[in-house]
Design a protein around this ligand. Sequence first.
Ligand code: FES
Length: 146
Amino acid sequence: MNPERHITRRNFLSEALASWVFITFVPLLYALIRFIIPPNIREKIMEVINAGKYTDIPFNSAKILRFNKKAIILVRTEQDQVKAYSAVCTHLGCIVEFKPDQRLFKCNCHGSEFDLTGKNIAGPAPSPLKPYRVELKEDNVLVSQA
Ligand code: FES
């Protein structure tokens, strides 16, 4: 310590105030900067998703899955085939649903219908549903881009 340095009340209060300002505002400034500049988080792009056990999917049923932020519909037909298509209607983007009694996919927004090959068969949808590749591996259903 410098022996010639004399600590006055004024010096002490100034340094205490500066310390308090530093301790209070630096974390606030850090939080504000972190809020304004979010962390660079990239969502992992999946090449393949595991859609679950093959035996857990009943015949003539379907389920909606997420694949890289996109909805896909996985269906197991009565003929024991497993198929996957984009669940996004090619008309205006609503999500289609499977109609087991009619054995087709139907969009309830404007009535488009797609058969079990994904082909548009009724309604205003201009094109078929996009197909996905389905593989069975040890009772697991793996879905990937076609
Ligand atoms: S969005 Fe599907 S029929 Fe219009």
